[in-house]
Ligand binder design. Structure first.
Ligand code: FAD
Length: 410
């Protein structure tokens, strides 16, 4: 997202912490979020020249420090903005892509409204990533900052249904940025997935993070968690679900993954933290059936032992089942975290918007422009499930392109 990394580190070294935070915020409206959840070890820190010989500078930790310092001082200067007299722009979705695009456009003087289908804002940062990794008060402070730039957020509005794209364009919005994410969970397609106490990680984390399910009946939405939990998958989402389950009191939580630990897509930090908290890893294991009891609750899971073969298209060694290796794990809860697909609600009712076979919206990679005039898209809805920083990068590119489009340069 184009942060001037050497410049902000120099300011920190000089003890100018507020200026350092302001330097970051020139480019990144969600600094305290990125400092916490971005996989810096595979992103900014790989460009650090020190990483060739030893450990890189801890750029992510420094970003987090400067952003938190600014939040503590409560002296956040709202970025210099021109008068918000320029055209109206609509943004669908208040995740990192939508917030970044909205913030950048507001800084340029546009009147931006974000329409968010949920009753609270922040996208995955709110309903997916747990409190212990990203405290809600940090997200709230970042949202305050963006609203302080003049961005309006309207909740409980599902773009495509409440208002169509056409209605927004004819209702005075000169451009629209679609940033509706990849919130549709994938399932295993094995027998037993409809049993009670089988959750998608998406549903499980939403109940916990957004609906305060652990405070039922004080809050409306309950959560029914057993004592022996298997989480299928090994990405960040799986580890967030596993750690949440432990914190909700599950005695045994095991990550079930069909490859080895080396291939796990989650951040190393997440894997280590989960193990410290008592989450076990059961690698080279493929679930084939979930077994229920007479009441329809999960009782066990039948699995196959795997071994790794040749590399596949993802450049990871392909897991292969070992013949005759069936075994059963005793369990009472299964959480499925094997990936998310693009959210189809908006594209289904907007057939003129071109999509790829996997359901992502087709865009120009430089400008994020979609197949309709004045309509842009970015973040997980255009890439498939990815990262906070890649969603933010798309938001930035779209803001720039929307500005050019409205000013008639494109
Ligand atoms: P989202 O964050 O999904 O936001 C989309 C928003 O659009 C949502 O609020 C949704 O309610 C709203 N919406 C959907 N449809 C409509 C509609 N029709 N109208 C209006 N609003 C709509 N990435 C990292 O970099 N680091 C991590 O540690 C990390 N951990 C993760 C943990 C979990 C549990 C999950 C699920 C993801 C994680 N990711 C992580 C991935 C990262 O959060 C996503 O890549 C990122 O949030 C995508 O941003 P986005 O703005 O495209 O979409």
């Amino acid at each position: 997202v184009e942060i001037e990394i050497p410049a902000f580190i120099k300011l920190i070294a000089q003890g100018k912490f507020l200026q350092a935070a302001e330097k970051i915020k020139e480019k990144n409206s969600l600094a305290a979020v990125c400092g916490r959840v971005c996989p810096q070890e595979t992103q900014c820190e790989t460009s650090c020249i020190l990483s060739k010989k030893t450990k890189p500078i801890a750029i992510g930790a420094l970003e987090r420090f400067a952003a938190d310092w600014q939040l503590r001082q409560r002296s956040e200067k709202v970025a210099k903005i021109g008068k918000r007299t320029r055209a109206k722009v609509a943004v669908a979705g208040s995740g990192p892509a939508g917030l970044t695009c909205a913030g950048d456009l507001a800084k340029m003087g546009y009147r931006v409204t974000i329409f968010e289908s949920l009753h609270q804002s922040g996208g995955v940062l709110r309903y997916g990533i747990p409190e212990f990794r990203l405290p809600k008060k940090i997200l709230d402070a970042e949202l305050d900052y963006i609203q302080g730039l003049g961005v309006q957020i309207q909740n409980n509005i599902l773009i495509g249904n409440t208002y169509s794209i056409k209605e927004l364009l004819s209702g005075g919005y000169r451009a629209i940025f679609i940033a509706v994410g990849a919130g549709l969970p994938q399932f295993l397609g094995i027998p037993g997935e409809n049993l009670d106490r089988v959750y998608s990680a998406n549903e499980f984390l939403t109940r916990v993070n957004l609906m305060q399910a652990y405070l039922f009946p004080k809050y409306d939405t309950p959560i029914n968690l057993g004592k022996k939990v298997a989480v299928i998958g090994a990405g960040n989402v799986a580890f967030d679900a596993a750690r949440s389950a432990r914190r909700l009191g599950a005695a045994e939580v095991v990550i079930v993954y069909r490859r080895s630990e080396k291939e796990m897509p989650a951040r190393i930090e997440e894997i280590e933290n989960a193990q410290e908290e008592g989450v076990r890893l059961r690698t080279l294991t493929l679930p084939v059936k979930i077994i229920g009891d007479a009441q329809g609750y999960v009782r066990a899971m039948q699995c196959l032992q795997m071994r790794l073969g040749e590399k596949d298209a993802s450049d990871r060694r392909r897991p292969e089942a070992i013949a005759g290796s069936e075994f059963t794990m005793d369990l009472d809860t299964v959480i499925i975290a094997i990936g998310q697909n693009p959210n189809p609600l908006l594209t289904k009712v907007t057939p003129e918007l071109k999509t790829k076979e996997n359901g992502t919206i087709l865009v120009n990679g430089q400008t994020q422009q979609a197949s309709l005039k004045g309509v842009y898209a970015g973040g997980d809805i255009a890439t498939g499930a990815a990262t906070v920083i890649s969603a933010m990068g798309a938001g930035k590119r779209a803001a720039r392109a929307i500005d050019k489009y409205i000013r008639g340069e494109r």
